[in-house]
Design a binder for this molecule. Structure first.
Ligand SMILES: [Zn+2]
Length: 283
């Protein structure tokens, strides 16, 4: 196995984060790619070919029935392709409240999903919103990690008014609040945190329970400070995430290699940090 990918999306129509023609068109423009739907097995083969073991992230479904159906699909995808998928993140929007909490417990206890994912911008609020706290309490109790998206988001980019989404909700300082309130919770910031990259580095250095996976960006665009810290003080905190299918693994591996990190540091980023932080056994 070359790498554990902590954050991969779906290339099947059913699991895609892009739900409407406008969202598909915007994603194709922002990421300069053409979106083509694959079958479940074709998607699994992409990971097999790249020698990658991934944790999947599905779409944010707004209503509870779609959410339940989608989580069933996601967990089936993982159990049908265990050679390439190690788990999945449960996307539970905060407005679902008690029903969402019951669904999160089902995802973690019955569907063996990995943990909760909080997409701040798509929830129209920061992860430090007290309405999220019962979800964190459940994750804390079940020793499940929480993945929180930070930094500028491609979602809504270029749409009128950015699709009504607010970038202020993507600040890593929101993550700092949650980490202070839940010191035993494993928190993974997802994505590079630009334009708050220095704030993210500060949070990672200050909070032992906060980690960072860097999906959704081509590594050559990482800030100079981030590149330096990956090879230095943050080498035990950074994990590989792809954001598949918008980037090819070939491109990501080539660009990670070109950062000039020591081999032992790259091994931590690709494999051993995720194995330790997310308790994934060596395969
Ligand atoms: Zn995602």
């Amino acid at each position: 196995m070359k790498a554990i990918d902590v954050h991969a999306h779906f290339s099947t129509e059913k699991g895609s984060a892009f739900r409407t023609p406008a969202e598909i068109e915007a994603a194709e423009r922002v990421y300069k790619t053409a979106i083509k739907w694959k079958t479940d097995d074709q998607m699994g083969n992409d990971f097999l070919d790249a020698s990658v073991l991934a944790i999947l992230d599905g779409p944010l479904c707004k209503n509870i029935n779609d959410l339940v159906e989608n989580n069933n699909y996601i967990s089936e995808m993982v159990s049908d392709h265990q050679n390439v998928f190690a788990g999945a993140w449960a996307h539970i929007p905060v407005h679902t409240g008690k029903e969402g909490l019951i669904e999160l417990e089902r995802c973690l206890r019955q569907l063996n999903m990995t943990g909760l994912v909080v997409n701040q911008i798509e929830n129209h609020t920061g992860c430090n919103d007290p309405r999220f706290y019962p979800f964190y309490e459940l994750c804390d109790e079940l020793h499940a990690p929480v993945l929180i998206n930070v930094g500028h988001s491609g979602t809504g980019a270029g749409l009128p008014g950015g699709g009504g989404l607010h970038l202020k909700h993507c600040s890593p300082l929101n993550v700092d609040d949650v980490a202070a309130d839940f010191p035993n919770l494993t928190i993974i910031a997802g994505h590079p945190a630009w334009p708050w990259q220095d704030e993210m580095i500060a949070v990672l250095l200050h909070k032992p329970n906060v980690f960072n996976e860097l999906h959704g960006w081509a590594p050559r665009y990482f800030s100079a400070e981030l590149k330096k810290e990956i090879g230095g003080r943050l080498q035990d905190k950074i994990m590989f995430g792809s954001g598949y299918p918008l980037f090819s693994f070939e491109r990501l591996f080539t660009e990670w290699k070109s950062l000039g990190l020591r081999d032992d540091v790259l091994e931590k980023v690709y494999l051993s940090n995720a194995q330790r932080i997310l308790n994934i056994f060596k395969k």
